[in-house]
Design a protein around this ligand. Structure first.
Ligand code: FES
Ligand code: FE
Length: 407
């Protein structure tokens, strides 16, 4: 994975704005059993990406960081959400709050580091306007001589926050969609029961390993790749060894209530099938020796196995560049013991590398004239067609209340 260069649109067809109806204009001469993908320009066109930033990333709940990444009052993290930088911090009362990372005076970026700790306040390095951890403007040079500067009115602009699974989710919309619809609904759809994920106790697990991938591919290629298993037999030899049914190429992870079962001789979800770490004790028997995967649109993948949880957060930065942060989470005692996690982490790290390499191999072709009308989904990939319909609906403004219509 390398840092991508800005996309160039290779054909005149690639410069148009996306179709705003729910039907692809590219299905044209395909037999009815086959469905076209999105046209190639949807993966490279800055105008499409700008719509996605506004109507998807800035309108939906977006997972930014693990709550434990903010261990104490004054801990902060910054994250790119759509076109904005968001500052997420823990207050003196222990509450996590999020703000636009924009100084109210002249707009300087307040925190320029990705993470860190401030003392009692955020202080802008330009003219020293200073904001309490709860966002109130508390000091500025000569503030007492500026009676017209309303400290409340010029506090940092808040962003909506929810915590779930031990992660901080933000929403930049003035009027956010119900968290339950956007996020929890996905879990119910995939696992058939909202409580099924509770048994993994994700919020109480500890971070064992975090790996950041800089992927030179459009975020939708990464989502589509995660949703399918058609490629598993070709590019994931280690994963198929552990989960033999993935060799059949079905998107097993998509079926409601169904997790892929470990192979007979497989002892754990590890790179060589050797025993894993301590099993999460609250799982049901049906969750043992199985792998479940959930795609929480727009940018989170949750992978559930008996002894750990792997959670991916995507940060789309450009049409052809996406940062993916991947966390491996284990029981606290496992992490505290210092036990070797390498064989456990290595399995999905390889899967990630194999997947992201494949996405990077597709990205340059998205601007090829050959792909201007898109590709083809085989019949078992109907759920990816569902993802494409969802993207089309979002960009048409029909799926995001209050977000307006595409420009
Ligand atoms: Fe921040 Fe002036 S821009 S204090
Ligand atoms: Fe894969």
């Amino acid at each position: 994975m390398t840092t991508g260069t800005p996309a160039t649109t290779g054909t005149p067809a690639a410069t148009g704005t996306p179709a705003t109806t729910g039907t692809s204009a590219t299905t044209g001469d395909l037999p009815p059993s086959l469905v076209a993908t999105l046209p190639g320009d949807w993966y490279v066109d800055p105008a499409v990406f700008a719509l996605e930033q506004r109507l998807i990333f800035e309108s939906m709940w977006f997972c930014v960081t693990r709550s434990a990444d903010l261990p104490a009052p004054g801990s902060f993290r910054t994250a790119v959400v759509g076109r904005e930088s968001v500052l997420i911090g823990r207050g003196r009362d222990g509450t996590v709050r999020a703000f636009f990372n924009v100084c109210r005076h002249r707009g300087a970026r307040l925190c320029t580091e990705e993470s860190g700790t401030v003392g009692r306040a955020f202080r802008c390095t330009y003219h020293a306007w200073t904001y309490d951890l709860d966002g109130r403007l508390i000091a500025a040079p000569n503030l007492t001589k500026m009676p017209d500067v309303d400290r409340i009115g010029y506090g940092l602009v808040r962003v909506h926050v929810r915590e779930w699974l031990g992660y901080v989710w933000v929403c930049l919309a003035d009027d956010p969609p119900p968290f339950e619809d956007d996020v929890l609904g996905e879990v119910v759809t995939r696992l058939g029961d909202a409580r099924a994920i509770d048994r993994y106790g994700v919020a109480d697990l500890e971070l064992g390993r975090r790996i950041r991938y800089d992927v030179a591919a459009n975020w939708k290629l990464i989502v589509e790749n995660f949703m399918e298993c058609y490629h598993c037999a070709t590019i994931h030899p280690e994963l198929v060894e552990v989960l033999p049914e993935f060799a059949a190429g079905y998107a097993a992870q998509y079926y409601v209530g169904h997790g892929a079962e470990f192979g007979e001789r497989i002892e754990g979800f590890t790179v060589d099938g050797s025993p894993g770490l301590d099993r999460i004790p609250t799982l049901s028997p049906e969750q043992d020796r199985r792998y479940f995967a959930i795609t929480v649109k727009p940018q989170v993948f949750v992978n559930l196995v008996p002894d750990h949880v792997i959670l991916h957060r995507m940060f789309p930065l450009a049409p052809d560049r996406t940062i993916v942060e991947c966390d491996w989470l284990y029981l606290p005692d496992v992490v505290a013991s210092g036990r070797d996690l390498d064989r456990s982490v290595e399995l999905f790290h390889r899967v990630n590398q194999q997947d992201f390499d494949a996405c990077e191999r597709c990205q340059p072709s998205m601007s090829s004239r050959v792909y201007a009308r898109g590709g083809v989904l085989v019949p078992s990939e109907h759920h990816i067609g569902g993802f494409h319909d969802w993207v089309r609906a979002k960009l048409a403004g029909t799926g995001s209340p209050g977000a307006g219509s595409p420009g």
